[in-house]
Design a protein around this ligand. Sequence first.
Ligand code: ADP
Length: 262
Amino acid sequence: DPDVQVSLARIPLPGGERLLMVRDISALTRLEQIRRDFVANVSHELRTPLTVIHGYLELLEPEDVPALAPVLAEMRTQSKRMGQIVEDLLTLSRLETQERLPEERVAMAPLLATLRREAEALSQGRHRIGVESADDADLRGSPKDLHSAFSNLVSNAVRYTPTGGRIAIRWSRTSDGAVFAVSDTGYGIPAQHIPRLTERFYRVSSSRSRETGGTGLGLSIVKHVLALHDARLEIASEPGKGSTFACVFGAERVLEPGVEDG
Ligand code: ADP
């Protein structure tokens, strides 16, 4: 790798010579920094023109030319989609540069209720949606970011489950922490794809993902949000049967209900 400087030195020691290898990765970290800044700047610059295009598309009324109605509808959909990609890229940039997130009590009961409403809105009655919460535990973390992570998992479950399927949202304590999990009876994921799902823009099937309106950045965002909460994502899936995405939190993240934060 031309960007990694490697130095070797022989160190004479009693009992024989030792070889010392030093790899200087500062060029690599610098490149990584440039990549991050570039993505953040491009996304930021795209925001304003997109807002203008989107605004004008909303104003247009193709009354005189009825044939334009489907064209306009498609343009609105695509400009919304582009806007969503830009917002997700900005979210990822923010998460990548933050070492810690602001922390407060994340009340789980209202959050679960919100997630159920979101799932129902997205499903439009096409799935059976259940919420199981055996525990009244809360989380310590960033409410906004945990909401966006959980919400990504819920929307994936809806989008990758055919009509008539079931979606279960679960929140419960474990022996050493707590788990938030979303299960579906959807398409499932072949095993070889699972390790790569949290990579940016990685998709099992780009056509299906495009149809269902994803940005390809959702699970990347989930991974970053969880890492900033010292939590991990566990994925279990069987093609044709369904998937479970579980966010596993340590005991230090679990708050007892009603106890003042301190
Ligand atoms: P996308 O916007 O494409 O949904 P994500 O990062 O959220 O992007 O997910 C990455 C890929 O993982 C998806 O394109 C899809 O192939 C797969 N995936 C995610 N969630 C599920 C699920 N619940 N069932 C089946 N496949 C899923």
